[in-house]
Design a protein around this ligand. Sequence first.
Ligand code: SF4
Length: 223
Amino acid sequence: MRLSGCSLGCIYCDTGAYLRRTDSCRLETAPGSRRFVEIRNPLSVDLVIECVKLHAAPEVHSVSITGGEPLEQPGFTETLAGELKSLGMTVYLETNGCSFDMFSRIAEHIDIAAIDVKLPGTVRCSAAQCESLVENELACIRLASENGIYTIAKIVVLPETAEHELERICREMPSVDAIVIQPVSGQSVSELKLLALQGIAARHLGADRAMVIPQMHKALGMM
Ligand code: SF4
């Protein structure tokens, strides 16, 4: 499920329609059908749980909470994740890692966490703000990893991303289950650049954990 609202300003953001709260949201009536019903916002946690149950099936891997930014609605996200977990569902949080404090509140309910690390030049903010953001992101990753959450560090790279920027992040990165280098959509990041960046991640965190994966929902034309 995609929560609305995010106060970061990533230059590559592809969820602009979800950065602000909206009057209504959409529920797909059957998985993959692309048929939707509109529901008035805000939704209660109970109603969201009922919507999730409509799509529950043995083959469903996990319930993803993404955004926008889930950590910007910490109370709702905490309650929702706790309820999902208590129903025996696998909870997969996708977050930009903007707040270690907020992440700490919900970590006990999370099974899988994909946490962004924003490289310099990818977010519209001052150098000091970017530095603080990276500190929070790495702290979230450390907490997730130490608490047995399957932890994925996701790093979007641009054609102009410098290798030393990734090198620095990888040096400070705690152990993770996977580090995903994601070429920004809509721009051409060369194969040589991607191989070099993947090599840096592999040297620091293990070749079996360092991978290059494009935005699959975009590649497949999905929501
Ligand atoms: S963190 Fe995600 S939702 Fe927020 S601006 Fe960046 S890309 Fe968009």
